[in-house]
Design a protein around this ligand. Structure first.
Ligand SMILES: NC(=O)c1ccc[n+]([C@@H]2O[C@H](COP(=O)([O-])OP(=O)(O)OC[C@H]3O[C@@H](n4cnc5c(N)ncnc54)[C@H](O)[C@@H]3O)[C@@H](O)[C@H]2O)c1
Ligand SMILES: O=C(O)[C@H](O)COP(=O)(O)O
Length: 399
């Protein structure tokens, strides 16, 4: 029985894909085989020895100690693109919230008092304070052209905006999805200089922390609107408030309330709602549960943020999954240990990513605990696992 620990609510549509005769799912477990998580902060959490995989039902993994898990030979999976449409829709809404002063004017309307005639008079007198501007012809700068950034860029073009994008590491897949009308910025600063709206769609890593700084805000266009549906920390909040107070920036729309931001008259903060739609929650849960399950049951790796893509069909042999340091002669040492135990290799796949390598091996006979121990003792082996059984055919087809 596999034990799955959930650290956040994971959509039922995903959890239902874990057959009850093989999986127990609970929000408290001493010895889980895998963890399913959304934004729960895992840094500093004691990681159980039984842990084999972590599945992030979403995109960002900055709440997960990925480096520590890599060192322990544990893959972290996420759900690339599964919530991208939800975020795109909120970003488009965010541009309109900013350009049309919707939140401020709604607050004004809710605060009106008196009979309807009085309200009508106050409405007509007050509306001039909330006059906004329109999107067509304005330029949107999109920083990060991944799953979300590409969708936002294409949607903004459809609204009549000019779009300029920047992503030095755009993938071929995303480049194919991006409209050819999106102009390429040569740098983040070039993008900032050309944009009336700026939207951020990058992960929070050291290189993106403080990407929007006081210095950069000073070089942006007058009355820029900034949207941050990526992460807190990518924008310097104090610098942002200064830019708003001085009138240099027009509005800041973000998904991360802080005490400094939440009541500012030119800021709209939403409670981290980007991925909170039924569709996105289900897409993420289904994707990540399938990936974690395929790893637990077959050792295959799909959409991991720290391990290579590895997939090998099951041919009836006894399967071993080995995570090891990406250094010379690891496969040689592992196959020697198997040969010395009289085991013949039927099939094998070894792939690497950065400092980590992963080897799937099917052998022709049972593997004893002593052999597993011997492989585990090879210097550089991070984790070794006997992967029991094969998945019944009708289930592997369904996935
Ligand atoms: N508000 C929400 O609820 C919500 C929902 C989903 C994702 N997010 C956040 O949005 C981020 C992006 O999500 P995604 O699904 O598009 O991820 P993604 O991995 O598909 O795309 C991220 C892109 O950013 C690019 N990038 C990285 N550093 C960059 C830099 N310095 N300059 C320019 N581009 C850079 C990468 O090359 C990649 O193409 C996530 O990491 C997460 O933090 C927030
Ligand atoms: O990175 C993500 O996918 C989003 O920030 C969504 O986070 P959530 O799953 O906690 O809503």
């Amino acid at each position: 029985m596999y034990k799955i620990l959930t650290l956040n609510n994971i959509a039922l549509a995903g959890l239902e894909r874990l057959p009850r005769d093989r999986y127990e799912v609970a929000s408290e477990f001493q010895h889980p085989d895998a963890i399913l998580v959304r934004s729960h902060a895992m840094h500093g959490m004691a990681l159980p020895d039984t842990l084999k995989a972590v599945g992030r039902a979403g995109a960002g993994v900055n709440n997960i100690p990925v480096a520590e898990l890599s060192q322990r030979g544990i893959p972290v999976f996420n759900a690339p693109g599964a919530n991208a449409n939800a975020v795109k829709e909120l970003v488009i809404a965010g541009m309109l919230l900013g350009a049309r002063n919707i939140v401020q004017s709604w607050d004004f309307a809710r605060g009106l008092e008196g009979d309807d005639e009085t309200l009508h008079r106050q409405t007509e007198a007050g509306k001039k304070n909330f006059a906004g501007f329109e999107l067509p012809g304005r330029t949107l700068g999109v920083v990060g052209l991944g799953a979300i950034g590409v969708k936002v860029a294409n949607a903004a073009l459809a609204l009549g905006m000019n779009v300029v994008g920047f992503d030095p590491d755009i993938t071929v897949q995303r480049a194919w999805q991006l409209s050819s009308q999106v102009q390429q910025a040569t740098s983040v600063d070039d993008l900032f200089a050309r944009s009336d709206f700026i939207t951020l769609h990058v992960p929070l890593v050291e290189g993106t922390r403080g990407l929007i700084s006081a210095q950069r805000l000073r070089r942006m266009r007058e009355e820029v609107v900034i949207l941050n549906f990526s992460r807190q920390g990518i924008v310097d909040d104090e610098a942002m408030v200064e830019a708003l107070d001085s009138g240099r920036a027009y509005a800041y729309i973000c998904d991360f309330p802080t005490n400094l931001l939440k009541n500012h008259p030119r800021v709209v903060t939403l409670p981290h709602l980007g991925a909170s739609t039924r569709e996105a929650e289900e897409n993420c849960a289904v994707m990540v549960v399938d990936q974690v399950r395929d790893y637990l049951e077959n050792g295959n790796i799909h959409n991991s943020v720290n391990f290579p893509e590895v997939s090998m069909p099951r041919n009836g042999g006894v399967r071993l999954g080995i995570a090891n340091a990406n250094t010379p002669n690891m496969v040689g040492q592992i196959s020697t240990a198997l040969a010395e135990a009289g085991l013949n290799i039927i099939d094998m796949l070894n792939k690497s990513r950065g400092e980590v390598a992963y080897t799937l091996i099917d052998v022709d006979n049972e593997v004893s605990a002593a052999v597993l121990e011997r492989i585990g003792a090879i210097s550089g082996v991070l984790a070794v696992r006997l992967i029991p059984g094969t998945v019944p055919e009708h289930e592997s087809e369904a996935r």
